[in-house]
Design a protein around this ligand. Structure first.
Ligand code: CP
Length: 304
């Protein structure tokens, strides 16, 4: 495989290889010297056309830990603002001889388009409302770390499913591993994903009952326009996660959020900071998972 574009295209075996490799890299990250020479001499460019804290910093750290040379492309100070096309921008960067292009873009399908037009390995760091594959991989890694596996787990994914690439990638991944997926939220924000064996709940009390994992989502206001729910106050009242609602889940349930969180709108601060929250473990695990993805794609290219 040259690129990582989406979870949809990966087999269960592919995902297991990534998660096993990430576990080895997590051991490396516990050492005093948290660096391996695996991809020495390779060059990566990070092309973020949308804001990011976690994904961008996590990729950059992963790239440094695996010894690549890193080029951070700044869209606002680039010739993109003078009207240079996406393809000309990418081809210009490829002319430097980069091996990996990590791309985030507000339009769904951009990583697919670039992958078809360059020789470098393309890694999707989030495209529109389509997919965010490394987020789902790090989420799976974090769940397995706490729960020992994915098969048979009851996982509630809560909130703005329609506009969430994180939710889509997680549904594709969890359904391959036999998890029982519940989509919970307002009827206006839950798309038809019946083909993936999901159950739909418009009521938090029913949706959270006895679940093992609660995956909260950010309200994607930048993609929504208006009118999907009456107000943020109303949203929290109906679909926010507070301590009372958390008690409906299994007593050992873990709480996740891909971030950035809107405290008091999607999740209360006491739940976000509780012992059941693994939100910061997700952040930590992102580095090992992204190292694994680059390592495997790099190796695949070497052997091609
Ligand atoms: N989870 C995630 O994609 O966060 P960022 O937007 O901060 O990268």
């Amino acid at each position: 495989m040259k690129d990582l574009i989406g979870i949809k295209e990966l087999s269960k075996e592919d995902i297991n290889v990534i998660l096993d490799t990430a576990a080895s890299f997590k051991d490396v990250l516990k050492r005093d010297i948290k660096k391996v020479p695996a991809l020495r001499g390779k060059t990566v460019v990070n092309l973020f056309f949308e804001p990011s804290t976690r994904t961008k910093t996590s990729f950059e750290l992963a790239e440094k830990r695996i010894s690549t040379d890193v080029l951070n492309f700044s869209v606002p100070t680039s010739s993109v603002v003078k009207g240079e096309s996406l393809l000309d921008t990418v081809r210009t960067i490829e002319a430097y001889g980069v091996d990996f292009i990590v791309i985030r873009h507000s339009s769904s399908g951009v990583p697919h388009f670039i992958a078809r037009n360059v020789k470098a390995s393309v890694i999707n760091a989030g495209d529109g409302i389509n997919e965010h594959p490394t987020q789902a991989l790090l989420d799976a890694f974090s769940i397995v770390e706490k729960k020992g596996g994915l098969n048979g787990l009851k996982v509630a994914i809560v909130g703005d499913i329609t506009h969430s690439r994180v939710a889509k990638s997680n549904v594709y991944l969890l359904s391959k591993f036999g998890a029982h997926i519940r989509l919970v939220g307002p009827p206006t924000l839950i798309p038809d994903m019946a083909g993936y064996g999901v159950e739909v709940f418009y009521n938090m009390e029913d949706g959270l009952k006895d679940v093992d994992v609660i995956m909260m989502l950010r309200i994607q206001t930048e993609r929504q326009g208006k009118g999907f729910f009456p107000s943020t106050l109303e949203y929290f009242k109906n679909w926010g996660l507070d301590t009372q609602r958390l008690e409906l889940a299994d007593k050992d349930a873990v709480v996740m959020h891909p971030g950035p969180m809107n405290r008091g709108i999607e999740i209360s601060s006491d739940v976000a900071d509780s012992a059941q929250s693994i939100i910061l473990d997700q952040v930590t695990n992102g580095i090992a998972v992204r190292m694994a993805v680059m390592y495997l794609l790099g190796g695949a290219k070497e052997n091609a």
